[in-house]
Design a protein around this ligand. Sequence first.
Ligand code: M6R
Length: 618
Amino acid sequence: MCGIFGCVLKSGSAAPIIHSALKRLEYRGYDSVGEATVNMGKLFIKKDAGKIDEVHSLLNLDDLPGEIGIGHTRWATHGAPSRVNSHPHFSCSEPPKIAVVHNGIVENFMELKKELDDAGHVFRSKTDTEVIAHLIEENIGEKELALKTPSSSPFEKAIFNAINRLQGSFAVAVVSSYEPNKVFCARNESPLVLGVAENAFYFASDIPAFLPLTNKAVYVENGEMAILSKNAFEIKKIFDGSSVTRDLKQIDWAPEMAEKQGYPHFMIKEIYEQPRCLRDTLRLQDKYLELLTTFLDRAREVIMVACGTSYHACLAASYMFSKLSFLATHPVIASEFTGQHGKSVNIDSTILAVSQSGETADTLAAVETARQRAATILGLTNVVGSTLTRVSRVYLSQQSGPEIGVAATKTFTSQLSALSQLALRLAKKRGKISQEDIDILDEKVRRIPDIVEKIIETQKEKVKKLATKYRDKSCFFFLARGISYATALEGRLKLMEIAYMPAIAFPAGESKHGPISLIEKGFPVVFVCPPDQTRKTVIGNIMEMKARGALIVAICEENDEEIIRIADDYIEIPKGIPEILSPIPYVVPLQLFAYYMAIERGCDPDMPRNLAKSVTVK
Ligand code: M6R
């Protein structure tokens, strides 16, 4: 996730406006920043790695001439944060004639890059975005696609030709000295919205970027290109160039709501972002998935190290690797790693470190212990350029964009999606399950984003009511068996950390070895019970709890009559989810429950006391 912004002013200087809009988009990414303006037919570009304020203090981002320009605040996915990988990217010509900013992932960039390499283009960066600039350049003077409304200039034709070749998710914007009075922007899947003011037109990834400048917005839909000039804007279909008319929308958000896109808290915004993040996680780079799979396949022992939510993702992943690819992996809480494995880890050990921030001190300390003993380090993180990416032999980016809420939500589901893809690939490599089963599971992984979307839409109100009902309880149990134990642990962590509700999670089988003594009339017990092979035994555990007066809240499959009959309250999850993927949808109601419990109990879900987003001390 990155933030893009641009403007065409009737008069005045574009650069300071772009700079302040990028500040309002900084929550979408903050590892690099850049701007390009056009003045007197020439392009001017400033960019570098670092937070916006850092780069501004070095380069003065306001000091670029011209009334037209584009800007970008980056969250790296392809290529570590560096000046050369910062946007805008430009084509071969010197001085640059085409500048491009982009949010999203160009899935076919390797193929396009090869084609452009062969045609003599010289690439400077490691990004997928740079292919767009070269592709446009390559298309200038080429035959136009059969567009319904012929484009007005060779440059516009080149943009249509180029954008039509892109696969994946993108919101892309272009300025050029070929067409110095216009900004072109196009969208497929990544967000893009226009702002319309008396003296200017803007485009942005999100409304907050231009909200102090205008509250009139026009949404650009998937497959559309907007062309902004001083006196007008037009929207055309990318596919055939036909014109689109779209009404203006009046935006009524208060400024403090704006950066949360109308949501009251980052946490709930991020819960709602999960379907989109999960779709992005389906676009993981094949090359790195394959490399990681190869390392895992050859490993003598695999130890997964992580903290908090990331540890829960590792725990779930250990079931995935075992069940799908017959690989034994050991999830270890990072702060315990050195004590537990510090002496035994060696050159034959493979460490898979999982960390959203890539900066968690305990996780990095575990990695350091393993590195000192010559183990192979693999990483899964959300922050390309973080310490974890620098110390890993190979790493995978979980692709979920900045997470601002202290409680990790989209992190958990995106990590699980990435880990399940690794487990599936390894299963295939090892020939452990049939191709038919792999195809079915692949298809199910692809359906997960829609399922998560449906759960949020259909169960949100019900979960809210549960929070009202249970807000005054003094303690909760979370129980489950198998892979769902990781889901139970994660549901319990969310409830404790943001609603300050004491909670205990156990494998359901362990409850009768001690914790059950806490149960008395009215004690709430949340059971995570998808219809896997543990279901029958879990029903037995529910009955044990009921017999002692517990109140049962079940997260179960829709129409699971047997469970619904014995539960006091239940949340239904759509049918057809394979066991190994079940933590992704089944955790969503638990995230919502923790959020609404925090609200009911008067806690600020975004700023839980005593906690920091990234724990950089041991
Ligand atoms: O950045 P990391 O994934 O390494 O962070 C690990 C934990 O600090 C983190 O998951 C923490 O437990 C969250 N507050 C959970 O919501």
